[in-house]
Design a protein around this ligand. Structure first.
Ligand code: GRF
Length: 227
């Protein structure tokens, strides 16, 4: 029997589903969404979840017809309760990948364990340097010649999971936090879509605590791009 005569409905294979967590402007989320829309990443953003009701990223997601859930952490009495609610909402969207894109909450171990191996974060430093906040200021204070940004798998230690990809930029004479941040963000918008694409294509994985690309264990830095 030819395909055209088949009595069975032919369903298009479902695309990998991504849930993106944001707290702020959502520029990384937008870059990923726009690459998906342009057909450069074969995936679907199932939802954007935001903990800040006034975040600018919410409207940007809605403008792109992406479902948005707002879960204000201030409505919960404990971090556990908030994370439990987040997990329920995330799981409703059945994601293959959870993307933290400027999500400014510390995650509980239960939350991290639930999505281990399928959750990526972007951090504005050349990890393991400068975990935590104020990374641009710290790079300036230290007189570093280079600074940068890292996409890594999320594990239980803050900003410490294995690196997938890292881009470095020069620190220029006269730089301040703003000029440095802008230079780094240009790289963020290059490397996060690359990491997401690798993951949804099954090329990037966390195996035995190490980031692997095409089955090869990556170096500590992850893949390195020079900005
Ligand atoms: C980025 O600088 C990212 O490195 C950090 O938070 C910021 C988020 O920016 N984790 P945006 O909301 O994607 O514009």
């Amino acid at each position: 029997m030819s395909q055209a005569q088949s009595p069975f409905p032919t369903e298009a294979p479902s695309r990998p589903r991504i849930v993106i967590l944001i707290s702020g402007s959502g520029s990384n989320m937008v870059t990923i969404a726009d690459k998906i829309r342009a057909g450069e990443i074969d995936a679907e953003i199932a939802a954007v979840i935001c903990n800040e009701p006034e975040a600018a990223g919410i409207q940007k997601a809605r403008d792109r017809d992406i479902p948005v859930a707002v879960i204000d952490h201030r409505g919960f009495t404990s971090r556990d309760e908030f994370d439990f609610s987040m997990m329920r909402t995330i799981d409703d969207y059945e994601p293959d990948l959870v993307v933290l894109a400027g999500f400014m909450r510390i995650l509980t171990p239960d939350f991290v364990r639930r999505y281990e191996g399928m959750m990526l974060n972007i951090h504005p430093s050349l990890l393991p340097k400068y975990q935590g906040l104020h990374t641009h200021q710290r790079a300036l204070d230290a007189g570093d010649s280079h600074h940068g940004v890292t996409v890594h798998f999320v594990t239980e230690i803050l900003d410490d999971g294995p690196n997938a990809i890292q881009a470095s930029v020069p620190v220029m004479d006269g730089d301040d936090v703003d000029t440095l941040r802008k230079r780094v963000q240009l790289q963020e918008h290059i490397i996060y879509p690359i990491a997401v694409k690798w993951f949804v294509e099954g090329r990037l994985a966390m195996i035995k605590g190490r980031a692997c690309l095409d089955g090869n264990v990556l170096p500590e830095s992850g893949v390195k791009l020079e900005g």
